[in-house]
Design a protein around this ligand. Structure first.
Ligand code: ATP
Length: 641
């Protein structure tokens, strides 16, 4: 097993040099990770497995990574498996000989992946199965993503059925878990990258040892440096195929050269910390120069244009939104000055009232169709507010200070009212000026202000303490709304019988990669939402609590059904308090206790966020501290990373 001490990447592997990686080796790795809660042990397990792959079958490395993260391609390619529960049940029925009704019944007590595994254990196979390889499983998954049309469902059932017929019990379990989108073994992308970086650094010594040269194990500093390098490269160019092939061919050094920001490959956005008041903010910024900008209430859009004229629009989550905004696509070339060949721009799309010439609320924007929109169908007009420039004419700008990036933005693009505008900004450090500007922003239908240090580079994928957000409603109750992951549901009572009436919501602990319960949410739903959420949630049911959930299992607080972490909702509450029940930021403010959000209500669903993008437990602790600071009227420090 890959997590044993003194793991040897060849002797301990279950396959040989030059052979294809057996899917069983990956399934065993998943199984160990699934049973492990220590983050370090999980990373070590994955690292040892990757070391074997790097030495024995390096061409399988990207496929192993994708399958470990339950993906088949980078998010922006928008490739989906398109496999729902019905297809899986049919395929399982075909391979196990059980009827669909029986499978459904068995699934009440255990997940379908367990049902399959049990059956594969007990049913004798008639013909000798063909061993499954990582390559084959990955290819089958890709094949399924290409199948569409009327016969598509039957074709997918056949593909899955064949894979299952060739699988060993453990393989069947993880194939079905992957297909049903409930992989959830507890290997987050950031841990997978740490494991890969460690594996890459260790494999230098592995290769030396095998070649009979003196092998020097990398020091902890070297391992740390490898992690930093790999994360930076992945942030700039999030493509495992390119990253792993550079790694395999030229080692870590080659990765930096191969992976850098470029048009039409989305990068993760720079994010802001919430701040609860102008005085606190000014104290935090000290003597740094900064600029305040309107915080528009729409949808983040990263706009790319390549040298060949191709334009792409990506969401906050790196999803392809090009098909959602044909109107922006048509107009964009008019806004770039002659001489601009390629660029990456950061901006916010907001709904725009053409007759009255003003911004409309986010709720209006959210009624816009998401895919394959035709310009003539557009009912909600939008205006793009640009606030940053990450690349211009092939040159990356992310290391340049904000004031230079913004100057280039203004020099190279032409605004036009109601279509393309620069974010309204103010360069003043006077508290009264900022307060007036904030009032103006709110009158102009914005959420508040973004305040940004002028000398700061663009920090990809970072909630940075160079950017702050100051929302109008920070000034009343809890500083910020909170993005939570729905991890459990309770059956409704009274008027809500037949639907789920309340939900257990959690924040995400980025360090420990666990979901910590924050509150039970029962308010803010429309009747339609109660129905819709019930349907969605039924698809996400898992048979037992996920090992990475940190919740109190008191009878009243234990949900009737547990859910795989998928749905992200934005909620707001009255205040935060130390809780005997909830677990957000557990142990930081009070030994053994966490923080809960009182009187929470749903604001909106956040399809643009992944569970790992939910509010961090540490942010909750910071909000709790700010709340205490403000209540005491003190000017103590603001939130901290
Ligand atoms: P929120 O829940 O506030 O939207 P978030 O987690 O999506 O938060 P934050 O960094 O917390 O992201 O808040 C910044 C968001 O505000 C950006 O993601 C962007 O969509 C939006 N925004 C609006 N105007 C601006 C601006 N001038 N500069 C930067 N971001 C802006």
């Amino acid at each position: 097993y890959p997590n044993k001490e003194n793991y040897h990447p060849i002797k301990d592997a279950i396959w040989g040099m030059g052979e294809k990686t057996p899917y069983l080796a990956l399934a065993k790795t998943f199984d160990i990770i699934d049973e492990t809660s220590s983050r370090l042990a999980i990373i070590k397990t994955a690292c040892n497995f990757f070391r074997s792959v790097i030495l024995l079958s390096p061409e399988d490395l990207p496929k192993c990574l994708y399958l470990s993260l339950n993906k088949i391609a980078p998010a922006w390619e928008g490739i989906e498996l398109g496999v729902g529960p019905t297809i899986i049940e049919k395929a399982v029925a075909e391979t196990t000989g059980l009827q669909v009704a029986v499978i459904k019944k068995l699934c009440k007590d255990q997940g379908i992946s367990e049902v399959v595994m049990e059956r594969r254990r007990t049913v004798a196979t008639l013909k000798a199965p063909v061993p499954l390889t990582v390559d084959k499983v990955f290819q089958r998954f890709k094949d399924m993503s290409k199948v569409s049309g009327s016969g598509g469902q039957a074709e997918k059932v056949t593909i899955i059925g064949k894979m299952l017929a060739d699988s060993k019990p453990l393989e069947a379990k993880f194939i079905v878990r992957a297909l049903s989108g409930k992989m959830a073994i507890g290997l987050a992308e950031s841990s997978a990258l740490v494991a890969l970086a460690h594996a890459a650094a260790l494999s230098v010594a592995d290769k030396d040892e095998i070649a009979g040269r003196k092998a020097v194990k990398p020091s902890p500093e070297k391992l740390e440096a490898a992690v930093k390098l790999l994360k930076k490269a992945y942030n700039e160019f999030p493509n495992y195929d390119v990253l792993t092939s550079a790694l395999v061919e030229g080692g870590l050094e080659a990765v930096t050269a191969a992976c850098h920001i470029r048009p039409c490959i989305p990068v993760k956005p720079m994010l802001a910390h919430p701040s609860k008041g102008i005085d606190l903010l000014l104290a935090k910024l000290g003597d740094q120069e900064f600029v305040s900008e309107y915080k528009y209430d729409g949808e983040r859009a990263q706009i790319h244009r390549a040298d060949n004229g191709k334009i792409m629009i990506y969401s906050r989550n790196q999803e392809d939104h090009t098909g959602k905004y044909p109107d922006i696509m048509n107009r964009l070339p008019n806004h770039a000055k002659p001489g601009v060949t390629s660029f990456i721009m950061d901006s916010e799309v907001v709904a725009w009232d053409v007759a009255e010439k003003h911004i409309l609320p986010f709720q209006v924007l959210s009624t816009r169709k998401r895919k394959n929109v035709i310009t003539s169908d557009v009912t909600v007009q939008v205006c793009l507010y640009a606030f940053d420039l990450l690349l211009l004419n092939g040159e990356p700008l992310i290391s340049k200070p904000l004031h230079e990036r913004q100057a280039l933005l203004r020099e190279n693009f032409v605004p036009s009212e109601g279509e393309f505008m620069f974010a309204t900004s103010l360069a003043s450090s006077d508290a009264e000026d900022i307060q007036t500007f904030m009032n103006e922003a709110i009158q102009n239908r914005c959420e508040g202000l973004m305040v940004k240090a002028s000398h700061a580079p663009y920090e990809i994928d970072k909630r940075s303490n160079k950017w702050f957000k100051l929302k109008k409603d920070y000034l009343d109750t809890v500083g910020d709304s909170v993005d939570v992951v729905v991890i459990g549901a309770f059956h409704g009572k009274g008027k809500r019988v037949g639907t789920y009436g309340s939900y257990l919501c959690a924040v995400y602990n980025t360090k420990a990669e666990t979901f910590e319960s924050l509150c039970k949410l029962a308010t803010g739903f429309s009747d339609q939402q109660l129905q819709d959420f019930t349907e969605q949630v039924n698809e996400l049911r898992i048979p037992k609590m996920h090992k990475d959930y940190r919740v109190s299992l008191q009878p009243k607080e234990t949900p009737d059904v547990w859910l795989t972490p998928k749905l992200v909702w934005e909620i707001k509450g009255a205040d935060l308090s130390i809780s005997p029940v909830h677990m957000a930021g557990v142990g930081i403010e009070d030994p053994g206790k966490g923080i809960s959000l009182r009187f929470p209500r749903l604001l909106r669903v956040r399809p643009d966020k992944k569970p790992e993008d939910a509010t961090d437990g540490l942010q909750i602790v910071n909000l709790y501290r700010q709340q205490a600071t403000v209540q005491k009227g003190s000017k103590a420090d603001d939130d901290e990373d």
